[in-house]
Design a protein around this ligand. Structure first.
Ligand SMILES: [Zn+2]
Length: 78
């Protein structure tokens, strides 16, 4: 049961920050697609269950945050 995070990574899904505890560690139950019907995104730390719309909004914000940061030192090498 240790590969929930790996599944999220492999699908290029960004972990969203939990509004309750502030940790960005998500669990995914009910399939491999977090926005599929029946899928449930939860917080690995405090157990908060994200609403689908809530997760979507947070993931959009998080992805924009990562994009603007452009964290890749090699890309800056000359
Ligand atoms: Zn939490």
């Amino acid at each position: 049961m240790s590969n929930a995070a790996e599944n999220l990574m492999s699908l290029d899904i960004v972990p969203v920050r939990c509004p309750v505890c502030g940790e960005a560690q998500n669990t995914l139950d009910g399939g491999s697609d977090p926005i599929a019907p029946g899928a449930r995104i939860g917080c690995m730390v405090c157990g908060h269950a994200f609403e689908a719309a809530e997760y979507l909004q947070l993931s959009i914000e998080r992805r924009a945050e990562l994009d603007s940061a452009s964290i890749d030192p090699k890309a800056r090498a000359n």
